[in-house]
Design a protein around this ligand. Structure first.
Ligand code: RTP
Ligand code: MG
Length: 140
């Protein structure tokens, strides 16, 4: 299996509850390495652009407002099969459906306030990483 990268966001419900370290620890224990990380407060334009694929969905407005409500931590994660590995440790979108031991089962509050984002394909990972990071900010 190849070493690849994925893009992660520790969402406002988690940063607000001071869970940045707890979430990062779970990512690291799942075999992912944080090769870039920064705490930012997203602008509305940035959040709308990032979630543009969801703009026709009924929850779009609520999602954008949530993502700009408090700071987030954006990260680049590296590891074997990083996209799938990250989605495994994240758990299902709705924490009620997430498996025991996953980040969302352990920490998420609801389907909207679900603590983490993770890219869903290698192609989207590359797009999402480039949306928030310059090449020189990523140190593998
Ligand atoms: P993500 O993109 O954040 O990693 O999560 P995901 O793939 O598991 O979920 P996705 O379907 O891509 O939805 C993106 C985010 O939108 C919020 N959401 N709210 N209220 C709702 O029914 C609803 N459905 C989705 C969640 O915050 C989800 O992570
Ligand atoms: Mg998604």
């Amino acid at each position: 299996m190849a070493v690849t990268r994925t893009f992660s966001i520790i969402k406002p419900d988690a940063t607000r509850r001071n869970l940045t370290g707890a979430v990062t620890k779970m990512l690291e224990e799942a075999g992912l390495r944080v090769v870039a990380s920064k705490r930012i407060h997203m602008t509305k334009d940035q959040a709308e652009g990032f979630y543009a694929v969801h703009k026709e969905r009924p929850f779009f407005g609520e999602l954008v407002e949530f993502m700009i409500s408090e700071p987030v931590v954006v990260q680049v994660l590296e590891g074997e099969d990083a996209v799938a590995r990250n989605r495994d440790i994240m758990g299902a979108t709705n924490p009620a459906d997430a498996a025991e031991g996953t980040i969302r089962k352990t920490h998420a509050l609801s389907i909207g306030e679900n603590s983490v984002h993770g890219s869903d394909s290698d192609e989207n990972a590359a797009i999402e990483i480039a949306y928030f990071f310059k090449d020189e900010e990523i140190v593998g």
